[in-house]
Design a protein around this ligand. Structure first.
Ligand SMILES: Nc1ncnc2c1ncn2[C@@H]1O[C@H](COP(=O)(O)OP(=O)(O)OP(=O)(O)O)[C@@H](O)[C@H]1O
Length: 256
């Protein structure tokens, strides 16, 4: 069984700036995510996790390596076809939602851009899928709680029915009591829609809950790849990954 991975990253390098201010954010990182899998990127702040997601979206200066989606190399400006296949959910839903646009407008816009009809039905059904009441349809982002805003961001990411979600610390800005709800929502949506996740978190406990495999990153480099067994039992090889395991201890796992 040598199925083509949904996402493949080969020897990826990303550098910001030039000369003495040059920062090499990602150094020769490779990974493969099969269709329907959830793959974690875990590591301390500044280790290059978000930069990998941005590079996939064409938002970071790639200096080496390749990015492939379903075996096809992705290069240059990402257009509509890419948006229909890959969507990103950011840490801060407040920053990523237009403050003066109602939920209706936020969710309708991608449908209009992609020329999809039946917008009323699609908007209502997208809200339902993420547990938002239909009565919220004409509210503005500031009239919602943090968790509800992140549900809107997830609904917007899924409205074009993409097979891939890139999730950048999607629950880190939320109250601890809300984090588990949003993680469980994401896990349910993945199961129901057979989505593929590339999931960034600094917290190994969250990655353990959400992912079957993960890459531990530090200083832009891949330190160690962890399989399900290593994630579940904290069986890691490097001292750095062991530190992440210790930091994750004590986290109460969200109930499934
Ligand atoms: N636009 C940019 N310009 C210059 N340097 C950048 C830029 N974006 C990221 N970097 C640098 O690249 C490195 C990796 O950052 P990145 O955001 O990918 O890390 P991270 O692991 O996602 O951490 P965090 O969780 O804090 O975002 C850091 O040294 C960061 O300062």
């Amino acid at each position: 069984m040598n199925a083509i991975p949904r996402i493949a990253i080969e020897d990826l390098s990303v550098s910001f700036g030039t000369g003495r201010s040059r920062v090499q954010a990602v150094r020769g990182v490779s990974l493969e995510v099969p269709a329907g899998a959830s793959f974690g990127l875990v590591g301390e702040s500044g280790s290059g996790k978000s930069t990998i997601l941005r590079a996939i979206c064409g938002l970071a200066p790639v200096t080496g390596g390749r990015i492939l989606i379903d075996g096809e190399e992705i290069k240059g400006v990402r257009g509509r076809a890419f948006a229909a296949r890959v969507q990103m959910v950011f840490q801060d839903p407040y920053g990523s939602l237009h403050p003066r646009h109602t939920l209706d407008r936020i969710l309708s816009e991608p449908l209009a851009i992609h020329g999809l009809d039946d917008r009323d039905r699609r908007v209502v059904s997208a809200m339902e899928d993420v547990g938002l009441p239909a009565s919220f349809r004409f509210r503005l982002p500031h009239q919602l709680s943090g968790g509800q805003r992140q549900r809107v961001a997830i609904a917007r990411a899924l409205i074009l029915d993409p097979p891939i979600l890139l999730l950048d610390e999607p629950t880190s800005a939320l109250d601890v009591s809300i984090q588990a709800e949003v993680l469980n929502l994401l896990a349910r949506l993945r199961r129901e829609r057979d989505l593929t996740f590339l999931f960034v978190s600094h917290d190994l406990a969250v990655v353990d809950h959400m992912c079957e495999r993960a890459l531990v990153m530090r200083g832009g480099e891949a330190v160690e790849e962890l399989g399900a067994d290593a994630l579940a039992r904290g069986r890691v090889e490097s001292a750095y990954a062991a530190d992440l395991v210790r930091a994750a201890e004590g986290f109460r796992r969200p109930s499934p």
